[in-house]
Design a protein around this ligand. Structure first.
Ligand SMILES: Nc1ncnc2c1ncn2[C@@H]1O[C@H](COP(=O)(O)OP(=O)(O)OP(=O)(O)O)[C@@H](O)[C@H]1O
Ligand SMILES: [Mg+2]
Length: 412
Protein backbone atom coordinates (compact mmCIF):
# COMPACT_ATOMS: atom_id res chain seq x y z
CA UNK A 1 0.00 0.00 0.00
CA UNK A 2 1.08 3.57 -0.72
CA UNK A 3 2.41 5.54 2.22
CA UNK A 4 0.48 8.83 2.33
CA UNK A 5 0.73 12.04 4.34
CA UNK A 6 -1.17 15.30 4.96
CA UNK A 7 1.12 18.23 5.67
CA UNK A 8 -0.18 21.41 7.31
CA UNK A 9 2.81 23.76 7.41
CA UNK A 10 1.60 26.71 9.53
CA UNK A 11 3.12 30.04 10.46
CA UNK A 12 3.18 28.99 14.12
CA UNK A 13 2.80 25.20 14.07
CA UNK A 14 3.17 22.29 11.68
CA UNK A 15 1.07 19.12 11.77
CA UNK A 16 1.76 15.96 9.80
CA UNK A 17 -0.96 13.30 9.46
CA UNK A 18 -0.43 9.75 8.20
CA UNK A 19 -2.40 6.59 7.54
CA UNK A 20 -0.77 3.89 9.61
CA UNK A 21 -1.99 0.48 10.79
CA UNK A 22 -5.31 1.07 9.04
CA UNK A 23 -6.06 4.35 10.78
CA UNK A 24 -5.44 8.08 10.63
CA UNK A 25 -2.70 9.18 13.00
CA UNK A 26 -0.87 12.36 13.83
CA UNK A 27 2.89 12.24 13.82
CA UNK A 28 4.26 12.85 17.27
CA UNK A 29 6.92 15.54 17.54
CA UNK A 30 8.57 16.04 20.92
CA UNK A 31 5.64 13.98 22.30
CA UNK A 32 3.12 16.49 20.94
CA UNK A 33 1.03 16.36 17.81
CA UNK A 34 2.36 19.60 16.37
CA UNK A 35 5.81 21.06 15.88
CA UNK A 36 6.30 24.81 16.44
CA UNK A 37 7.50 26.32 13.14
CA UNK A 38 10.77 27.77 14.39
CA UNK A 39 14.50 27.14 14.23
CA UNK A 40 17.58 27.91 16.28
CA UNK A 41 21.06 27.99 14.75
CA UNK A 42 23.62 27.52 17.57
CA UNK A 43 26.74 29.54 16.76
CA UNK A 44 29.01 26.76 17.93
CA UNK A 45 27.36 24.22 15.60
CA UNK A 46 25.69 26.33 12.93
CA UNK A 47 25.37 23.43 10.46
CA UNK A 48 23.05 21.59 12.84
CA UNK A 49 20.00 23.71 13.52
CA UNK A 50 17.46 22.76 16.21
CA UNK A 51 13.70 22.85 15.57
CA UNK A 52 10.44 23.26 17.48
CA UNK A 53 10.03 23.82 21.23
CA UNK A 54 13.62 22.78 21.84
CA UNK A 55 14.73 25.63 19.56
CA UNK A 56 12.66 28.15 21.55
CA UNK A 57 13.79 26.77 24.91
CA UNK A 58 17.44 26.85 23.92
CA UNK A 59 17.10 30.40 22.69
CA UNK A 60 15.22 31.86 25.63
CA UNK A 61 17.62 30.21 28.03
CA UNK A 62 20.31 32.41 26.55
CA UNK A 63 21.54 29.98 23.89
CA UNK A 64 24.15 31.70 21.79
CA UNK A 65 22.88 31.72 18.22
CA UNK A 66 20.18 32.93 15.83
CA UNK A 67 16.49 32.15 16.34
CA UNK A 68 13.79 32.45 13.70
CA UNK A 69 10.07 31.85 13.58
CA UNK A 70 7.15 32.69 11.24
CA UNK A 71 9.33 31.90 8.20
CA UNK A 72 6.26 30.77 6.26
CA UNK A 73 5.43 34.45 5.87
CA UNK A 74 8.33 34.75 3.41
CA UNK A 75 6.45 32.70 0.78
CA UNK A 76 5.21 34.87 -2.07
CA UNK A 77 7.55 37.75 -1.19
CA UNK A 78 10.85 38.83 -2.81
CA UNK A 79 12.69 37.89 0.41
CA UNK A 80 12.31 34.24 -0.51
CA UNK A 81 15.32 34.31 -2.83
CA UNK A 82 17.40 36.43 -0.50
CA UNK A 83 19.82 35.35 2.14
CA UNK A 84 20.01 36.27 5.79
CA UNK A 85 23.12 36.43 7.91
CA UNK A 86 23.28 33.86 10.69
CA UNK A 87 26.58 35.17 11.98
CA UNK A 88 29.36 37.11 10.30
CA UNK A 89 30.52 35.04 7.34
CA UNK A 90 27.58 32.64 7.32
CA UNK A 91 24.47 33.41 5.32
CA UNK A 92 21.57 31.17 4.41
CA UNK A 93 18.78 31.57 1.85
CA UNK A 94 15.25 31.75 3.27
CA UNK A 95 14.37 29.07 0.72
CA UNK A 96 16.87 26.74 2.41
CA UNK A 97 15.63 27.55 5.92
CA UNK A 98 12.16 26.28 4.94
CA UNK A 99 13.57 23.30 2.99
CA UNK A 100 15.63 22.20 6.00
CA UNK A 101 12.71 22.66 8.39
CA UNK A 102 10.42 20.54 6.19
CA UNK A 103 13.17 17.94 5.69
CA UNK A 104 13.14 17.59 9.47
CA UNK A 105 9.34 17.18 9.42
CA UNK A 106 9.62 14.56 6.64
CA UNK A 107 12.31 12.66 8.54
CA UNK A 108 10.26 12.63 11.76
CA UNK A 109 7.19 11.52 9.80
CA UNK A 110 9.09 8.65 8.21
CA UNK A 111 10.57 7.60 11.55
CA UNK A 112 7.00 7.49 12.86
CA UNK A 113 5.69 5.37 9.98
CA UNK A 114 8.87 3.42 9.37
CA UNK A 115 8.48 3.99 5.62
CA UNK A 116 9.27 6.56 2.99
CA UNK A 117 6.40 8.90 2.07
CA UNK A 118 5.04 8.06 -1.39
CA UNK A 119 2.49 10.82 -1.68
CA UNK A 120 1.82 14.00 0.31
CA UNK A 121 -1.05 16.49 0.11
CA UNK A 122 0.18 19.88 1.26
CA UNK A 123 -1.95 22.75 2.54
CA UNK A 124 -1.85 25.83 0.33
CA UNK A 125 -2.53 29.19 1.96
CA UNK A 126 -5.40 30.86 0.08
CA UNK A 127 -3.54 34.12 -0.22
CA UNK A 128 -0.89 32.33 -2.28
CA UNK A 129 -3.42 31.13 -4.84
CA UNK A 130 -4.47 34.72 -5.28
CA UNK A 131 -1.28 36.34 -6.53
CA UNK A 132 -0.15 35.15 -9.92
CA UNK A 133 3.44 36.25 -10.30
CA UNK A 134 4.66 33.35 -12.40
CA UNK A 135 8.03 32.11 -11.23
CA UNK A 136 7.91 34.39 -8.19
CA UNK A 137 4.50 33.24 -7.03
CA UNK A 138 4.27 31.68 -3.60
CA UNK A 139 2.96 28.48 -5.12
CA UNK A 140 5.93 28.10 -7.46
CA UNK A 141 8.16 28.71 -4.45
CA UNK A 142 6.31 26.09 -2.42
CA UNK A 143 6.72 23.62 -5.30
CA UNK A 144 10.48 24.12 -5.52
CA UNK A 145 10.61 23.67 -1.74
CA UNK A 146 8.75 20.35 -1.85
CA UNK A 147 10.99 19.05 -4.64
CA UNK A 148 14.11 20.06 -2.69
CA UNK A 149 12.75 18.42 0.46
CA UNK A 150 12.61 15.20 -1.54
CA UNK A 151 8.88 14.56 -1.99
CA UNK A 152 8.43 12.68 -5.25
CA UNK A 153 4.64 12.93 -5.48
CA UNK A 154 2.68 15.78 -4.04
CA UNK A 155 -0.40 17.89 -4.64
CA UNK A 156 -1.89 20.98 -3.03
CA UNK A 157 -5.23 21.69 -1.45
CA UNK A 158 -6.24 25.13 -0.18
CA UNK A 159 -6.13 25.12 3.64
CA UNK A 160 -9.80 26.19 4.12
CA UNK A 161 -10.98 23.60 1.60
CA UNK A 162 -9.08 20.98 3.57
CA UNK A 163 -10.89 22.07 6.74
CA UNK A 164 -14.29 21.95 4.99
CA UNK A 165 -13.34 18.58 3.48
CA UNK A 166 -12.75 17.19 6.96
CA UNK A 167 -16.30 18.22 7.96
CA UNK A 168 -17.89 17.24 4.64
CA UNK A 169 -20.25 14.65 6.12
CA UNK A 170 -21.90 17.32 8.26
CA UNK A 171 -22.52 19.72 5.37
CA UNK A 172 -25.74 19.51 3.42
CA UNK A 173 -25.95 19.72 -0.36
CA UNK A 174 -26.39 23.22 -1.78
CA UNK A 175 -25.16 25.15 1.20
CA UNK A 176 -22.73 27.91 2.05
CA UNK A 177 -20.00 27.79 4.66
CA UNK A 178 -17.58 30.38 5.91
CA UNK A 179 -14.28 28.86 6.98
CA UNK A 180 -12.55 31.09 9.53
CA UNK A 181 -8.89 30.18 10.04
CA UNK A 182 -7.77 32.18 13.04
CA UNK A 183 -4.09 31.38 13.45
CA UNK A 184 -0.94 32.79 14.96
CA UNK A 185 0.05 35.30 12.30
CA UNK A 186 -2.99 35.66 10.07
CA UNK A 187 -6.75 35.33 10.03
CA UNK A 188 -8.14 34.08 6.73
CA UNK A 189 -11.75 33.72 5.64
CA UNK A 190 -13.16 31.71 2.78
CA UNK A 191 -16.72 31.35 1.58
CA UNK A 192 -17.17 27.80 0.34
CA UNK A 193 -20.11 26.59 -1.70
CA UNK A 194 -21.16 22.96 -1.31
CA UNK A 195 -22.68 21.69 -4.56
CA UNK A 196 -24.08 18.48 -5.98
CA UNK A 197 -24.47 14.93 -4.72
CA UNK A 198 -20.73 14.52 -4.22
CA UNK A 199 -20.68 17.73 -2.24
CA UNK A 200 -18.08 19.39 -4.42
CA UNK A 201 -16.44 22.27 -2.55
CA UNK A 202 -15.83 25.49 -4.38
CA UNK A 203 -14.26 28.74 -3.21
CA UNK A 204 -16.45 31.80 -3.85
CA UNK A 205 -14.24 34.39 -2.17
CA UNK A 206 -11.42 34.81 0.29
CA UNK A 207 -10.18 37.62 2.51
CA UNK A 208 -7.40 37.83 5.02
CA UNK A 209 -5.63 40.08 7.46
CA UNK A 210 -2.11 39.91 8.88
CA UNK A 211 -3.32 39.79 12.44
CA UNK A 212 -3.56 36.80 14.72
CA UNK A 213 -2.65 35.25 18.03
CA UNK A 214 0.79 36.87 18.21
CA UNK A 215 -0.74 40.34 17.78
CA UNK A 216 -3.21 39.49 20.54
CA UNK A 217 -0.27 38.56 22.80
CA UNK A 218 1.42 41.88 22.01
CA UNK A 219 -1.63 44.00 22.74
CA UNK A 220 -2.37 42.00 25.91
CA UNK A 221 1.25 42.49 27.07
CA UNK A 222 1.17 46.25 26.55
CA UNK A 223 -2.24 46.91 28.03
CA UNK A 224 -2.36 44.48 30.94
CA UNK A 225 1.22 43.81 32.01
CA UNK A 226 3.78 46.35 30.89
CA UNK A 227 2.65 49.25 33.08
CA UNK A 228 4.35 47.20 35.81
CA UNK A 229 7.57 47.77 33.84
CA UNK A 230 6.94 51.48 33.34
CA UNK A 231 4.93 51.51 30.10
CA UNK A 232 2.89 54.74 29.85
CA UNK A 233 4.11 55.92 33.27
CA UNK A 234 5.19 59.56 33.72
CA UNK A 235 8.63 61.09 33.91
CA UNK A 236 9.54 62.86 37.16
CA UNK A 237 9.98 66.33 35.64
CA UNK A 238 6.93 67.21 33.59
CA UNK A 239 4.72 64.21 34.16
CA UNK A 240 4.85 63.27 30.47
CA UNK A 241 4.61 59.64 29.41
CA UNK A 242 7.94 57.88 28.90
CA UNK A 243 8.73 56.84 25.30
CA UNK A 244 6.80 53.70 24.37
CA UNK A 245 8.87 52.25 21.50
CA UNK A 246 11.06 49.95 23.65
CA UNK A 247 7.88 48.45 25.14
CA UNK A 248 6.42 47.92 21.66
CA UNK A 249 9.58 46.03 20.70
CA UNK A 250 9.27 43.89 23.83
CA UNK A 251 5.67 43.02 22.86
CA UNK A 252 6.60 41.77 19.39
CA UNK A 253 8.28 38.35 19.01
CA UNK A 254 9.96 39.43 15.80
CA UNK A 255 11.36 42.70 17.15
CA UNK A 256 12.86 41.49 20.42
CA UNK A 257 16.14 40.38 18.89
CA UNK A 258 16.34 42.89 16.08
CA UNK A 259 15.17 46.07 17.85
CA UNK A 260 14.95 45.58 21.62
CA UNK A 261 18.34 43.96 22.18
CA UNK A 262 20.31 46.76 20.55
CA UNK A 263 22.71 49.27 22.04
CA UNK A 264 20.46 52.12 20.89
CA UNK A 265 17.42 50.79 22.78
CA UNK A 266 19.49 49.89 25.82
CA UNK A 267 20.82 53.45 26.03
CA UNK A 268 17.32 54.87 25.62
CA UNK A 269 15.94 52.71 28.43
CA UNK A 270 18.88 53.67 30.64
CA UNK A 271 18.02 57.33 30.05
CA UNK A 272 14.35 56.62 30.78
CA UNK A 273 15.38 55.02 34.05
CA UNK A 274 17.03 58.30 35.08
CA UNK A 275 13.95 60.35 34.17
CA UNK A 276 11.23 58.03 35.42
CA UNK A 277 8.91 58.90 38.26
CA UNK A 278 8.71 55.18 39.07
CA UNK A 279 12.35 54.31 38.65
CA UNK A 280 11.97 50.78 40.07
CA UNK A 281 9.55 49.79 37.27
CA UNK A 282 11.84 50.94 34.47
CA UNK A 283 14.82 49.35 36.23
CA UNK A 284 12.95 46.05 36.10
CA UNK A 285 12.42 46.59 32.36
CA UNK A 286 16.10 47.42 31.91
CA UNK A 287 17.03 44.15 33.59
CA UNK A 288 14.65 42.22 31.34
CA UNK A 289 16.63 43.57 28.39
CA UNK A 290 20.02 43.01 30.01
CA UNK A 291 19.27 39.38 30.83
CA UNK A 292 17.58 38.85 27.46
CA UNK A 293 14.39 37.54 29.02
CA UNK A 294 11.77 39.36 26.92
CA UNK A 295 10.85 36.19 24.98
CA UNK A 296 10.27 34.31 28.22
CA UNK A 297 7.96 37.02 29.53
CA UNK A 298 6.02 37.17 26.26
CA UNK A 299 5.72 33.37 26.37
CA UNK A 300 4.26 33.58 29.90
CA UNK A 301 1.77 36.18 28.69
CA UNK A 302 0.77 33.95 25.75
CA UNK A 303 0.21 31.07 28.19
CA UNK A 304 -1.96 33.31 30.35
CA UNK A 305 -4.07 34.11 27.26
CA UNK A 306 -4.43 30.39 26.51
CA UNK A 307 -5.41 29.62 30.14
CA UNK A 308 -8.05 32.35 30.01
CA UNK A 309 -9.83 30.38 27.26
CA UNK A 310 -10.84 27.99 30.06
CA UNK A 311 -10.93 30.01 33.29
CA UNK A 312 -12.33 33.41 34.30
CA UNK A 313 -9.23 34.67 36.06
CA UNK A 314 -5.63 33.75 36.50
CA UNK A 315 -3.04 34.59 39.11
CA UNK A 316 0.01 35.72 37.17
CA UNK A 317 3.26 35.12 39.04
CA UNK A 318 6.46 35.82 37.18
CA UNK A 319 10.06 36.44 38.11
CA UNK A 320 10.10 39.27 35.54
CA UNK A 321 7.34 41.35 37.13
CA UNK A 322 7.66 42.29 40.82
CA UNK A 323 3.96 42.23 41.77
CA UNK A 324 1.68 39.23 41.36
CA UNK A 325 -1.21 40.18 39.10
CA UNK A 326 -4.77 38.93 38.97
CA UNK A 327 -5.60 38.81 35.29
CA UNK A 328 -9.24 38.41 34.35
CA UNK A 329 -10.87 37.38 31.12
CA UNK A 330 -12.43 40.89 30.96
CA UNK A 331 -9.00 42.48 31.03
CA UNK A 332 -7.92 40.32 28.09
CA UNK A 333 -11.07 41.11 26.13
CA UNK A 334 -10.69 44.82 26.72
CA UNK A 335 -7.05 44.72 25.58
CA UNK A 336 -7.77 43.03 22.27
CA UNK A 337 -11.09 44.62 21.28
CA UNK A 338 -9.64 46.62 18.36
CA UNK A 339 -7.86 43.60 16.92
CA UNK A 340 -10.95 41.43 17.16
CA UNK A 341 -13.05 44.09 15.45
CA UNK A 342 -10.61 44.24 12.54
CA UNK A 343 -10.69 40.46 12.24
CA UNK A 344 -14.48 40.47 12.24
CA UNK A 345 -14.60 43.20 9.59
CA UNK A 346 -12.35 41.07 7.38
CA UNK A 347 -14.87 38.23 7.58
CA UNK A 348 -17.66 40.55 6.45
CA UNK A 349 -15.54 41.70 3.52
CA UNK A 350 -15.38 38.09 2.45
CA UNK A 351 -19.19 37.92 2.28
CA UNK A 352 -19.25 41.12 0.24
CA UNK A 353 -16.67 39.76 -2.19
CA UNK A 354 -18.68 36.57 -2.60
CA UNK A 355 -21.90 38.54 -3.05
CA UNK A 356 -23.65 36.70 -0.21
CA UNK A 357 -25.46 37.98 2.86
CA UNK A 358 -24.09 36.96 6.24
CA UNK A 359 -27.58 35.70 7.11
CA UNK A 360 -27.37 33.20 4.23
CA UNK A 361 -24.30 31.42 5.60
CA UNK A 362 -25.30 27.90 6.72
CA UNK A 363 -22.09 26.86 8.48
CA UNK A 364 -19.42 28.61 10.46
CA UNK A 365 -16.35 26.38 10.39
CA UNK A 366 -13.69 27.45 12.88
CA UNK A 367 -10.06 26.42 12.56
CA UNK A 368 -6.81 27.60 14.14
CA UNK A 369 -5.67 28.16 17.71
CA UNK A 370 -7.07 31.67 18.08
CA UNK A 371 -10.60 30.38 17.37
CA UNK A 372 -10.45 28.72 20.81
CA UNK A 373 -10.92 32.08 22.52
CA UNK A 374 -14.52 32.22 23.84
CA UNK A 375 -14.73 35.98 23.24
CA UNK A 376 -13.82 35.59 19.57
CA UNK A 377 -16.06 32.58 19.10
CA UNK A 378 -18.98 34.56 20.51
CA UNK A 379 -18.36 37.52 18.19
CA UNK A 380 -18.51 35.16 15.23
CA UNK A 381 -21.55 33.17 16.31
CA UNK A 382 -23.37 36.48 16.93
CA UNK A 383 -22.39 37.80 13.49
CA UNK A 384 -23.29 34.62 11.60
CA UNK A 385 -26.40 34.04 13.64
CA UNK A 386 -28.07 31.59 11.22
CA UNK A 387 -25.02 29.41 10.79
CA UNK A 388 -24.43 26.09 12.50
CA UNK A 389 -21.14 26.24 14.40
CA UNK A 390 -18.59 23.55 13.54
CA UNK A 391 -15.60 23.80 15.84
CA UNK A 392 -14.40 20.31 16.63
CA UNK A 393 -10.78 19.55 15.78
CA UNK A 394 -10.19 23.30 15.28
CA UNK A 395 -6.42 22.85 15.55
CA UNK A 396 -6.19 19.75 13.39
CA UNK A 397 -8.99 19.93 10.82
CA UNK A 398 -6.73 21.22 8.04
CA UNK A 399 -4.17 18.44 8.54
CA UNK A 400 -6.92 15.81 8.82
CA UNK A 401 -8.67 17.11 5.68
CA UNK A 402 -5.39 16.97 3.76
CA UNK A 403 -4.92 13.31 4.66
CA UNK A 404 -8.53 12.50 3.74
CA UNK A 405 -7.89 14.08 0.33
CA UNK A 406 -4.71 12.00 -0.04
CA UNK A 407 -6.71 8.86 0.79
CA UNK A 408 -9.30 9.70 -1.85
CA UNK A 409 -6.62 10.47 -4.45
CA UNK A 410 -5.05 7.03 -4.11
CA UNK A 411 -8.44 5.32 -3.95
CA UNK A 412 -8.41 4.33 -0.28
N1 LIG B 1 -6.67 27.55 23.76
C1 LIG B 1 -6.22 28.65 23.14
N2 LIG B 1 -6.75 29.87 23.41
C2 LIG B 1 -6.30 30.98 22.81
N3 LIG B 1 -5.33 31.00 21.88
C3 LIG B 1 -4.76 29.82 21.55
C4 LIG B 1 -5.17 28.60 22.14
N4 LIG B 1 -4.42 27.59 21.62
C5 LIG B 1 -3.58 28.16 20.75
N5 LIG B 1 -3.78 29.51 20.70
C6 LIG B 1 -3.05 30.50 19.85
O1 LIG B 1 -3.19 30.09 18.50
C7 LIG B 1 -2.07 30.57 17.75
C8 LIG B 1 -1.52 29.45 16.87
O2 LIG B 1 -2.55 28.99 16.06
P1 LIG B 1 -2.31 27.94 14.86
O3 LIG B 1 -1.51 26.81 15.34
O4 LIG B 1 -3.63 27.67 14.27
O5 LIG B 1 -1.43 28.86 13.89
P2 LIG B 1 -0.77 28.50 12.48
O6 LIG B 1 -1.69 27.67 11.65
O7 LIG B 1 0.58 27.95 12.66
O8 LIG B 1 -0.63 29.98 11.91
P3 LIG B 1 -1.27 30.64 10.61
O9 LIG B 1 -2.64 30.07 10.46
O10 LIG B 1 -1.23 32.10 10.93
O11 LIG B 1 -0.36 30.23 9.49
C9 LIG B 1 -1.05 31.07 18.76
O12 LIG B 1 -1.07 32.50 18.77
C10 LIG B 1 -1.56 30.52 20.10
O13 LIG B 1 -1.25 31.36 21.19
MG1 LIG C 1 -2.99 27.60 10.07
Amino acid sequence: MKNICGLDFGTSNTISTVYKDGKTQMVSFEEKKSLPSCVFFPFKDIQNPIYGSIATDTYINNGYGRYMKSFKRILGTPFFKQGTSLKPGTTILFHNIIVNYLKHVKKETELFTGKETDYVVVGKPVRLSENENGANSGITQLETILKDVGYKNYSFLEEPIAAAYHHKDKLKEKSLAIVADLGGGTCDFTIVEVEGKNKELQILATSGVSLGGTDIDGSFALKSFFSELGYKTPDKLKGLSLPDTPYRYAADWNKITTSLYTLKTELLVKKMMGNAKYKEKVTQFYELIQYKKAHSLLGEIENTKIKLSDVEKFNFISEFIPNDLTITKNLLEEAIKDIVEKILRTSLQCCELAGVQKTNIDYLILTGGTSKMPFIKEMFTDTFANATLIENNAMDSVALGLLEKAKKDIGL
